[in-house]
Structures are given as structure tokens and as C-alpha cells.
Design a protein around this ligand. Structure first.
Ligand SMILES: NC(=O)C1=CN([C@@H]2O[C@H](COP(=O)(O)OP(=O)(O)OC[C@H]3O[C@@H](n4cnc5c(N)ncnc54)[C@H](O)[C@@H]3O)[C@@H](O)[C@H]2O)[C@@H](O)CC1
Ligand SMILES: [K+]
Length: 519
């Protein structure tokens, strides 16, 4: 499991760790990791031109100490200071002692001569972004924006220190200009912003440096410390702040890895029969969209559930394609017993569709609502359900449910998915380049799916996902696990399917993804 903690939790853990270490030791660990990553990116450090963008906080301090290390290995290092009189003193001394030089950034509000730095940046072999880290507040200030613009125009490789400057560590939101990095070297733990779009796109390849923070983070310590494990870490962290006050006792976000998903996916045992393995009912498709029925059933058939029932107007099309399906052309209430329902893909909005949605909402088994079902469902009926409900909107559907513009959902994905989960008392899976899964209980970490690919944004793949998650619900997985494991397997299938994948190919590749995860 990868875990991402909010800023207050990180700071509390840092304080606890720092209290046990000599002054400055933590920053040295960070700088050593950063310098090693820069060496790796440069290939040859001796003679390389490195430019440090240095803000007024400890993020700039990390950059300066790392710069000193690079200068000692023969790099030509220039630090561009945004606030020369407030730049990290020890870092400045170390850099100068190692032969590095400093210049004042244009736009810096200081005494002294600002130098044109465009040329220095354009000639750099590597730019190290130490403008601001977890101490950043709001969008970048003008002088920092000017540097970010110069870096973008120069098109030189950039490594961000802890976070790309200008992105919100806590939420993954980006208010205005931010530095676009090729790689980000982050310390102690992931931050939510490194895992969630749009900020994630600014971070490039993220490398986690272990600075010993793990035991001081609440829960999941080994994983958070970046042991490189695939989630098999079993160590529990000691929480210095689990008192109910201060930082949250659980991570803000978590991302399942192969091992986690392997443990979640259902496996038949000797006692299994099709009913014990779960029967999933699919209510999808219409005379106008029969394909949605086929695709949702295709996902459900590859979910590990024991059997798939289909109820609705696509019965003939479904049985022709998948003879193993139990089909009926009538309403869901007449289809027979199921352990979970999927409703919505391609349903249209005729009266029958409305009635079918109302019927399954009224059932006492887990339910997944997607696509047209999200428009047709009665919100009071959703909130009144006694069994778990999973909603799977894309940003447009979420914006309609929340009554806000789509851009607002896309810009603030974490807040949106949490809000929708709380308002509907449902588990919400918000689709997108990084799919998020939120529990109605806001203290439960939001799951971020890392396997997605832009290729999945193609017609019908959502129908496959619905069927897959519905099958996992029928097999007995709790709602959050079913949704996040389903998104993981589906994303992987999207990568394994031939490019550019069609929904049918993604459904076909589910078994390869399943095999890849479980063997
Ligand atoms: N606390 C520690 O022991 C460690 C901290 N580390 C580093 O320290 C960073 C946090 O340091 P700080 O708390 O000093 O905070 P930062 O260095 O992240 O940022 C604070 C400074 O940035 C300026 N600033 C804030 N918002 C800005 C904006 N929007 N535009 C431009 N400037 C802005 C502020 O004036 C302030 O001086 C981490 O991200 C990490 O890089 C690492 O060295 C690991 C150890
Ligand atoms: K930074």
C-alpha cells in the first residue's frame, strides 16, 4: 500500500523524529537522497550545470545542501535566490563552501541586484525546484511564477524537491502556475498531491526517500517509509498523535498495490459453488443501447462471481454473446435472487428504466449505480438504503449530482469525491486519469487508483467496470474494496489490452490482469 499523509501529520511526525536526532540531521538525509537522485538523472555530474531555484523555507534548504553535494562532485551549481536575506543560512554557507555561486532572482523583493537568469536556466543540464514544499500557501507568488515560466520556456529537465512548487500538497489542486517536473524527490511519505490529478501530472516520476519518518507516522509505517514493498508490509506504526486531537490518525489517501489487490480478490475454495461465490444481477442496456448490456455482463463474468443474471430488454443480445448468463427480459424484481445489483449503463430514460432503478434501490443487497442510473436514482432512496451503495460517476456526472461546474470537480477531485460520498451516504468512485474512491465516513482514507491509462477514456469501458465491481460486491467484498480493487484490475486491463483498446478488448484483457495480479 502506498500512503499519503496530510501536511499537519507530516509535520507532527517530523517534529517527533527531529527531537531524537542532532540538529539538521533530517535535512541532511533529505539532501543526500535528493543529491543521489540528481546524480542519477544527470548521468555524469562532473562538469554538469545545475541551477537551484531557492525559496525562503526549508524546501530551499534541501536544494542548497543537495547543491553543495553536487558541487563537491564537480558540478557547476548556481542558486537563484527568491529571498536572499531569508534563504536557509546553513545551506547557503555549505553551497558557497563547495564552490557554488548565488544570484538574486528577478522579481525578488530585496536589496541587491537582480540578475537576468533566463540564460542560466536555459543552459542548465538540470534545474532543482526548491521554491516551496509543504509550507506553500495558495498559488505561487509573482517572483516564483516568473521562475516557473522561465523553466517551462527553457524546456530543461527539472527535479522538484518534495513537491512541484505551486501544487497543493494536501489536495492535489493547482491554483495557477506551478512548476512542471520530470521527477519529484519526496521525503518520508507521499503527499496526497503527488498521487492525485491535476497535481500528479506536474510531479513526473515520484521517488520516495526514506528519512526515518515511518515509525512516527500513524499506521502503515513500513509502507510509508518506502521499503519498496508491494504492500506486503505488516508493520504498524506507533502514532504520536492518535489522541483524537491534531493530525488525523489515518493517511489522507492510500493507493493499493499488486499485493493488496491479490489479497482482496475472491478465490474459490473447495466448498465453493456458484451461489456461494455470489450471483450478480445486471440491469443495463436498452433497445437503443444494447451494447451496454453486453459490456456490463462481460465485466461481471470476469469478476470472480459465481454467476451473472441479466434482467432487461437486452436479454437476447446478451445470451447470444454470453450463453453462460442467466437472462430474463422482465424487471429486476422478477429476475431471481442475487447478492448484488449493477444498474445504469445504457439504460436510457424510459419509464421502464426509471422503475428498474427504483426496484434495485429498494433491494437489501449491495448495489452499484452508474451512468443513466445516476440520473434516474432518487437521492432520498439512495440515502435510505440499508445495504452498501457504490456510485461510479465521471466528472460530468459528479458535477450534475453536486450542482457545480464540471471544471470545479476536475480541479478539486479529492474534495468533490468526499463531498459526494458524504451527501449520498454511498461509496463514490470518481472516474478519471486518477480514479478516486471515497467512503461515506470521511475519516476513512480515500483510495487512489494508480493503474489507469488515458486509453480507458473510450466508450463502453465504464460499463465493463460497473459489471466487474458489481461482481466483486456479489462475491462479498466490502464496497470500498470492491470499487478500488475493481478500478485497479480494470486499469491494468486497459494497459494490457492492445493499443488503442476498445471496451471489448479491455473486458477480454481482464483475465490477463487478474492472472498478473494473482500469480
Ligand atoms: N522539517 C524538516 O525537518 C524537514 C523538512 N524538509 C523540507 O522542508 C520543507 C518544508 O519547509 P518549510 O516549512 O520551511 O516550508 P517551505 O520551504 O515549503 O515553504 C515555506 C516558505 O515558502 C514561502 N511561500 C509560501 N507559500 C508560497 C507561495 N505560494 N509562493 C512562493 N513562496 C511561498 C514562505 O514565505 C516560506 O518562507 C519540506 O517540503 C521539505 O522539503 C526536509 O528537509 C525534510 C526534513
Ligand atoms: K519544491
Amino acid at each position: 500500500m502506498r500512503t499519503g499523509y496530510g501536511v499537519e501529520t507530516v509535520r507532527a511526525a517530523e517534529r517527533a523524529l527531529m527531537a531524537r536526532l542532532p540538529e539538521g540531521a533530517l535535512m541532511q538525509r533529505a539532501a543526500a537522497g535528493l543529491a543521489a537522485a540528481c546524480n542519477g538523472l544527470l548521468g555524469r555530474t562532473y562538469g554538469a550545470r545545475v541551477v537551484l531555484l531557492v525559496g525562503s523555507g526549508d524546501n530551499g534548504g534541501d536544494a542548497l545542501y543537495a547543491g553543495a553535494r553536487l558541487a563537491r562532485r564537480g558540478a557547476g551549481v548556481t542558486a537563484v535566490l527568491l529571498a536572499p536575506e531569508r534563504a536557509h543560512e546553513g545551506g547557503l554557507t555549505a553551497l558557497r563552501a563547495a564552490g557554488g555561486r548565488t544570484v538574486v532572482a528577478p522579481g525578488a523583493v530585496v536589496e541587491g541586484v537582480a540578475e537576468p537568469v533566463g540564460g542560466i536556466i536555459a543552459r542548465a543540464d538540470l534545474v532543482v525546484d526548491g521554491i516551496v514544499g509543504i509550507g506553500g500557501k495558495g498559488g505561487l507568488r509573482p517572483a516564483a511564477v516568473e521562475l516557473a515560466d522561465l523553466v517551462r520556456e527553457a524546456g530543461v529537465p527539472v527535479v522538484a524537491v518534495d513537491l512541484p512548487s505551486g501544487v497543493e500538497a494536501e489536495t492535489g489542486e493547482v491554483a495557477g502556475v506551478a512548476v512542471r517536473a520530470d521527477a519529484t524527490v519526496t521525503f518520508g511519505t507521499y503527499k496526497p498531491g503527488l498521487l492525485i490529478d491535476p497535481a500528479r501530472e506536474y510531479a513526473g516520476a515520484v521517488r520516495l526517500i526514506d528519512i526515518g519518518l515511518g515509525p512516527h507516522l500513524p499506521g502503515g509505517a513500513l509502507d510509508a517509509a518506502g521499503t519498496g514493498s508491494d504492500g506486503s508490509g505488516t508493520g504498524r506504526g506507533r502514532s504520536d498523535d492518535g489522541s483524537g486531537k491534531g493530525p488525523s490518525p489515518s493517511p489522507a489517501v492510500e493507493a493499493l498495490q499488486h499485493g493488496d489487490v491479490a489479497r482482496l480478490l475472491p478465490r474459490p475454495d473447495a466448498e465453493s459453488d456458484k451461489y456461494r461465490r455470489g450471483v450478480v444481477g445486471v440491469v443495463a442496456g436498452s433497445a437503443r443501447y444494447p451494447g451496454a448490456a453486453v459490456l456490463a455482463v462481460a465485466g461481471a463474468l470476469r469478476s470472480g462471481a459465481g454467476a451473472v443474471r441479466y434482467a432487461g430488454p437486452g436479454a437476447d443480445t446478451v445470451i447470444a454473446r454470453y450463453p453462460e448468463t442467466l437472462v430474463s427480459a422482465g424487471p429486476p424484481r422478477k429476475a431471481g435472487r442475487v447478492q448484488a445489483w449493477v444498474v445504469g449503463p445504457g439504460l436510457g430514460d424510459e419509464q421502464d428504466a426509471r422503475q428498474a432503478v427504483a426496484e434495485v434501490l429498494d433491494s437489501d443487497v449491495p448495489l452499484l449505480v452508474d451512468a443513466d442510473g445516476l440520473r434516474l436514482m432518487d437521492l432520498d432512496a439512495v440515502r435510505a438504503r440499508t445495504a452498501p451503495t457504490v456510485l461510479t460517476p465521471h466528472a460530468g456526472e459528479a458535477s450534475a449530482l453536486l450542482g457545480v461546474p464540471r471544471e470545479q470537480v476536475e480541479g478539486a477531485r479529492l474534495a468533490s469525491v468526499r463531498d459526494l460520498a458524504a451527501r449520498t451516504a454511498s461509496t463514490v468512485l470518481l472516474k478519471g486519469s486518477t480514479t478516486l474512491v471515497a467512503d461515506p465516513d470521511s475519516s476513512v482514507p480515500v483510495r487512489v487508483n494508480a493503474t489507469g491509462t488515458g486509453w480507458l477514456a473510450t466508450a463502453g469501458t465504464g460499463d465493463v467496470l460497473s459489471g466487474l465491481i458489481g461482481g466483486l460486491l456479489a462475491a462479498g467484498l466490502p464496497a470500498r474494496d470492491a470499487a478500488s480493487a475493481g478500478a485497479y484490475v480494470h486499469g491494468l486491463a486497459g494497459r494490457l489490452a492492445p493499443d488503442p483498446p476498445s471496451a471489448t478488448n479491455v473486458a477480454g484483457a481482464l483475465r490477463h490482469a487478474w492472472h498478473d495480479i494473482t500469480t
